[in-house]
Design a binder for this molecule. Structure first.
Ligand SMILES: Cc1cc2nc3c(=O)[nH]c(=O)nc-3n(C[C@H](O)[C@H](O)[C@H](O)COP(=O)(O)O)c2cc1C
Length: 444
């Protein structure tokens, strides 16, 4: 990776950006995604919240979580991944958009964000082979092909053609449900090895029918999902695609940047409104959430999904925990702006807005990514967990709590609520949230 951030010339530029007033910092300038006008160029990226009821209904805690981020003036919030059927459900307590009886709760959520001047989109997905079936009440897992998933030890079965058609229809119904509930748009999750991503990637898609094999066939599921969704929600409804900039699957048949740009171009041609660039599958070592993995395995075994893994696997993982952490640090250690080299190539190839996610925590780095034209917007995930007021704090030059990418939050989805678990940062966060809110920056 060569992000150029240590180049002395760019440091001079960073200092220059710092001294400029807010109005000339591109981070705080408006942009549109399809017909959706946004007040700035920072997005809160999707993170499973573990704040819903066990079967995915909105709760007051979930609303409060997003109210804080909206209050901070964040131009656009994207919810955590929400499933549209039981096979697509990844973990208990995540959001679900699988039935109409969820709409009243979803409406309360969107209304609460809108009341604070915010905008919110729902991320819709199918977890495929990257989840343990039992904790969410399934007997097995579906995937494009019956390829073993090594990070969780899941052996999925091949999804049938009839089920593919059902999934396409259910995805579209779910998107319409989101529109009815007042979401400002939908993000179609086509990254991280989940179902759509699994169809795109030759390593996970070994089908012999029209949904596997050559590029056109591997694209088919995504294109059919997109068309069905678009038909339901209409041409004016904003749709974003989350897509890998690289599958990060060395020694396996993973997709590389140029092939993924081809995917993005096809989606641009048929009418997607923006693309968020990320990277990796679970089995690539979750390179989509690069960070410090020291202690991760032990934390996950104790406070996360560990107890659901089965005794043998749990004991095995506990025995080699330091080795697993070492390996994760090797393949997925932290870097600032870690997907920017990918995003830059998409920005050069596309006309629609390109959003880059991954390792953005410093205002200077974000501003520089935009100033250099490497992307049109930046998305931040863990940074908003440490500091829900991140956007306001950057705009007003207020020093807020700063994520150190310890990945303690990433060890807990499905079991403990999404919040900051780093003691010092969490204390700073609690103090900030308990103080009267300084309003100047919110949505101005
Ligand atoms: C606790 C946690 C949950 C996540 N859940 C999702 C999710 O539901 N959907 C998704 O696309 N990415 C998910 N991600 C990945 C983030 O959206 C983001 O791509 C990644 O963390 C890199 O951004 P960051 O460095 O700003 O955290 C999750 C990450 C974390 C830490």
């Amino acid at each position: 990776m060569n992000n150029n951030f240590k180049d002395p010339e760019s440091l001079t530029k960073i200092e220059k950006i710092n001294s400029e007033d807010v109005n000339s910092n591109k981070l705080f300038t408006p942009i549109t995604i399809g017909k959706l006008k946004l007040s700035g160029r920072v997005i809160k990226s999707a993170m499973v919240e573990t704040l819903c009821t066990k079967d995915g209904f909105v709760t007051p805690k979930l609303i409060e979580h997003y109210q804080q981020i909206a209050q901070g003036g964040t131009p656009l919030i994207i919810t955590g991944a929400a499933n549209y059927n039981l096979y697509g459900r990844g973990v208990p307590y995540q959001l679900s958009v699988d039935s109409d009886n969820k709409i009243p709760g979803l409406k309360n959520l969107t209304q609460a964000v809108h009341d604070l001047g915010g905008k919110i989109m729902a991320q819709v997905y199918h977890t495929s082979r990257q989840a343990l079936p039992e904790p969410v009440g399934r007997k097995d897992a579906q995937a494009p092909s019956a390829v073993y998933e090594p990070s969780l030890g899941v052996s999925p079965r091949e999804i049938t053609k009839a089920e593919i058609k059902e999934n396409i229809a259910e995805f579209a119904e779910a998107a319409l449900r989101c529109k009815t509930a007042g979401f400002d748009g939908v993000q179609i999750h086509a990254a991280h090895g989940y179902l759509i991503s699994g169809f795109l990637t030759p390593h996970t898609n070994r089908r012999k029918d029209e949904y596997g094999g050559n590029f056109e066939n591997r694209m088919r599921f995504l294109l059919e999902v997109y068309s069905a969704v678009r038909e339901k929600v209409g041409n004016d409804y904003p749709l974003i695609l989350k897509l890998n900039g690289s599958d990060d699957l060395p020694f396996r048949k993973g997709l590389k940047t140029q092939e993924l740009i081809k995917v993005a171009k096809r989606l641009e041609k048929v009418g997607i409104d923006a693309i968020e660039i990320t990277a990796g599958h679970y089995e690539s070592g979750t390179t989509f959430s690069r960070g410090n993995w020291k202690g991760f395995t032990k934390t996950m075994l104790k406070h996360g999904l560990g107890p659901s893994l089965g005794l043998t696997r749990r004991k095995g993982m506990a025995a080699v925990a330091p080795l697993v952490d070492w390996y994760f640090n090797k393949v997925a250690g932290f870097k600032e702006a870690f997907n920017l080299d990918y995003a830059k190539q998409f920005t050069q190839a596309l006309s629609i807005p390109v959003i880059c996610v991954g390792g953005f925590v410093n205002k200077e780095t974000m501003a520089q990514a935009l100033e250099q034209g490497d992307c049109d917007m930046v998305a931040v995930a863990r940074g908003f967990i440490a500091d829900p007021y991140l956007y306001r704090n950057m705009k007003e030059n207020i020093k807020g709590p700063k994520c150190n990418y310890c990945n303690a939050c990433f060890a807990r989805p499905g079991v403990q609520p999404l919040t900051c678990y780093e003691p010092n940062i969490s204390a700073e966060r609690a103090k900030m949230l308990s103080e009267p809110f300084y309003k100047e920056a919110a949505h101005s």
